[in-house]
Design a protein around this ligand. Structure first.
Ligand SMILES: [Zn+2]
Length: 299
C-alpha cells in the first residue's frame, strides 16, 4: 500500500514537472524534491525584519484601493539544517532601527521602519552573523537585501537572472531603475556569491529548495522548506504581497513582468497541491501576525 502510494506520488511529481515545463523558466533544470522522500531541516524561525507604510495600496492592487494607506510586514526566516544555518532574506537596513523618520526605497510610495535588529534577534538564540553559513535572498529589493553587508563571510545565494538584471542597462520605468541602482549598492560585491539557475536543492537532500518564481523581479525566487512535524512550507518572497492578490492573481504595478508573475503564482499553487504545503506570505501583515516569532520556531 505504502509502495503504491509512493509510486503514485512519484508519478504525480513527474506529471507536475511536465506541467511546469509550460512556464517561463522551463529551460532551467529543476531540482524539486520528492514529496515522500525529501530530507528535513530541523528548525524554522521567523525574524521581524521591519514593517512598511504605504499611502496608496493600489500600487500593489491595481484598480482597487486607490489612495488607501496600508501597512506591510517584512519577514526574514532562519533555518537550521544539521549544524548549519541559512538565513532567508535580510530585511530593512539596521541603520533604520528606531529611526522615527524611517527609510525608503521609493520615498513617494513607501517608508520602512525597523523595531528589532537582525543581529539582536540572532543573539536571542545565541547566534552571531558569523554563524550563518548561507544567506539566500528572494530578490534584490532593498527591504530584502538591506542587511546583506552583515554577512561578509556567508555564501550569498541568488538567481543568476536577478544578478544579471540589476547589472543591466536602465529600462523605461524610472522607479524600477532606482530600485536597481539601490540593489547594486546594497548587494555590493559579495566575497562568496553563488548564482543559481532555476529550482535548486540547497543541501542536496530535498529539505530546502530555492524555487524560481520570476515576475516581481526577473530573478525572483521563493523557498520550499521541509520540516519533520510541520511538513512543507513555502516562503513566498514577493511572489504575492497579500492573500487576496494570491487568490485573485493580482499583480502589483511595480512588478517587472505581469505574465511571469501570474505563472509564478500558478506554480506556487501547484507546489501547494503537490506538497500539501503551507504558504507564508512575507508582506501580509494579517497573516504574519499569527505566525510564530523567534525564539519560538517551527519544526
Ligand atoms: Zn519586492
Amino acid at each position: 500500500m505504502l509502495r503504491q502510494t509512493r509510486v503514485a506520488v512519484s508519478l504525480g511529481l513527474c506529471a507536475f514537472l511536465l506541467v511546469m515545463k509550460g512556464i517561463p523558466d522551463a529551460n532551467a533544470s529543476s531540482e524539486l524534491p520528492d514529496p515522500i522522500n525529501a530530507g528535513v531541516a530541523e528548525k524554522l524561525f521567523r525574524l521581524d525584519c521591519g514593517r512598511s507604510l504605504a499611502n496608496d495600496e493600489s500600487v500593489w492592487t491595481p484598480g482597487e484601493n486607490v489612495g488607501r494607506s496600508i501597512e506591510f510586514s517584512s519577514t526574514c526566516w532562519l533555518i537550521k539544517h544539521g549544524s548549519e544555518w541559512l538565513l532567508w532574506d535580510t530585511g530593512v537596513p539596521e541603520a533604520t532601527l528606531n529611526d522615527p523618520r524611517g527609510w525608503s526605497t521609493l520615498p513617494k510610495l513607501i517608508v520602512y521602519h525597523l523595531d528589532k535588529s537582525v543581529t539582536d534577534q540572532l543573539a536571542e538564540i545565541g547566534l552571531t552573523p558569523g554563524d550563518i553559513a548561507r544567506v539566500a535572498i528572494s530578490h534584490t529589493h532593498g527591504d530584502h537585501i538591506g542587511n546583506v553587508d552583515l554577512f561578509p563571510n556567508s555564501t550569498i545565494l541568488m538567481q543568476r537572472a536577478e544578478y544579471n538584471w540589476i547589472h543591466s542597462p536602465n529600462g523605461p520605468n524610472d522607479n524600477v531603475n532606482q530600485l536597481m541602482a539601490l540593489a547594486r549598492k546594497l548587494l555590493g560585491t559579495p566575497k562568496n556569491l553563488q548564482l543559481v539557475d532555476g529550482d535548486t536543492d540547497v543541501f542536496g537532500d530535498g529539505s530546502v529548495t530555492l524555487v524560481s518564481t520570476p515576475g516581481h523581479t526577473p530573478g525572483h525566487q521563493s523557498l520550499l522548506v521541509h520540516l519533520k512535524h510541520s511538513g512543507f512550507i513555502i516562503l513566498s518572497g514577493d511572489v504575492a504581497h497579500l492573500e487576496e492578490n494570491f487568490q485573485k492573481n493580482i499583480v502589483p504595478s511595480l512588478n517587472t513582468n505581469k505574465a511571469e508573475s501570474i505563472a509564478s503564482m500558478e506554480k506556487v499553487r501547484q507546489l501547494i497541491a503537490i506538497y500539501k504545503a503551507t504558504l507564508f506570505l512575507n508582506h501580509d501583515k494579517q497573516q504574519t501576525a499569527k505566525l510564530k516569532l523567534l525564539p519560538s520556531f517551527y519544526d
